[in-house]
Design a protein around this ligand. Structure first.
Ligand code: FMN
Length: 351
């Protein structure tokens, strides 16, 4: 059943427009610097995240595994990540814990030297659910072994769980489960399109996680994905729920500010191009994560993924040149103007 759901997610994301109705990166303008005072060729895109060096500050966000198509997508993504020296996460590995024959749909990434590789499990799996016990320590070890992961990303997806027909909605006790886990293993926590608020970020930091992927609003909407799934299943009530919560969440740029509590932030959610990546750094991120924008090329071929990522990296470099930023850290000093809906968010949330 999990495999079926995974395929449906991918198919819906490929066939329908499941993006939030507003992309908040468009509400940011960066202030041009007519005298960059650096040479384009001297711009350094390399960075270090969690002590691991990458050639560009980009992470391919968790998407898939558990199916034949997932295996192909993971392979295309891993090959491109190796070539460009960037990070990558696999999708939720729960399916392979339950069905060992699916192991290789994730472990295929081991054939490539991805500098920063992240495993993935849902936070709901950390505790007992109505129909399923929580994950054991042996299973956590297996998650790491499966992909030779440097880090395990624990994902928060309660928006999706709440609007999907078969969601796991027990959430009490998750934060209590994290400190034991993060004492033993390198853990980050990621949202999946609804963002992280200041309060949650503080709790996560106290729980000992190494970093936060804010996974904010503006790109892929899982309420939208579940809306289409429910429609196809003839579940009108859930379809309506998905539609209502389509644009629920904290905009990614606002979530970067919310989650700035002294541990590295990965900015995921609605990143489409290199200019969005530059904006993420200006707002304080340590890396940018991209999922939805890479799905179509990943379903096509390694070459298509490479072409898309090379475009994004080229655009980032041009943005850095026009801002006079020799490396990604220097982007923090850039000035910016905020418009419209994002401006409302920033003015009224004031972190
Ligand atoms: C098809 C698809 C499957 C996904 N599956 C997972 C998953 O298994 N685990 C996870 O943590 N996030 C998953 N995500 C969420 C992404 O990692 C990311 O947080 C989210 O899509 C927002 O980024 P985007 O706007 O660039 O798509 C998935 C996203 C897509 C598009």
């Amino acid at each position: 059943m999990i495999e079926e759901r995974k395929n449906e997610h991918i198919e819906i994301c490929l066939e329908k427009d499941v993006r939030a109705h507003h992309n908040y990166w468009d509400d940011i303008d960066l202030v041009h610097r007519a005298l960059p005072e650096i040479d384009f060729d001297d711009i350094e895109l390399g960075t270090e995240l969690f002590g691991i060096k990458m050639d560009a500050p980009i992470i391919i966000s968790a998407m898939t595994g558990g199916t034949d198509m997932g295996k192909r997508i993971n392979e295309n993504l891993a090959k491109a990540a190796e070539k460009l020296g960037i990070g990558m996460g696999v999708g939720s590995q729960r399916a392979a814990l339950e069905h060992p024959e699916l192991f290789e749909t994730y472990s295929v990434v081991k054939n490539y030297r991805v500098p920063l590789l992240m495993g993935n499990i849902g936070a709901p799996q950390l505790i007992n659910q109505k129909k399923q016990r929580g994950i054991t320590e042996r299973e956590i070890e297996r998650l790491f072994v499966m992909t030779d992961a440097d880090i395990l990303a624990v994902h928060l997806n309660y928006l999706q769980e709440a609007v999907q027909p078969e969601g796991d909605m027990r959430a009490e006790g998750i934060i209590g489960a994290l400190p034991t886990l993060s004492k033993k293993y390198p853990i980050i926590v990621k949202e999946t399109g609804a963002g992280i608020s200041r309060n949650v970020a503080i709790k996560l930091k106290r729980a000992g996680v190494l970093g936060i992927d804010v996974g904010g609003l503006g790109g892929t909407s899982f309420a939208a994905v579940e809306h289409y799934r429910s429609l196809a299943m003839g579940d009108e009530e859930k379809a309506e729920l998905g539609k209502l919560f389509w644009d629920w969440g904290i905009p990614t740029p606002a979530s970067i500010l919310e989650a700035s509590v002294g541990i590295p932030i990965i900015a995921t959610g609605g990143i489409r191009n290199g200019l969005d990546v530059a904006k993420a750094f200006v707002f304080g991120a340590s890396a940018a994560g991209i999922a939805g924008q890479l799905l179509r090329p990943a379903a096509e071929s390694y070459e298509a993924v490479l072409k898309e990522l090379e475009r994004i990296i080229r655009e980032l470099k041009v943005a850095m040149f026009l801002l006079g930023a020799k490396d990604v850290h220097a982007l923090r000093n850039s000035r910016f103007v905020v418009h419209g809906m994002l401006r409302d968010w920033l003015e009224q949330t004031e972190v």
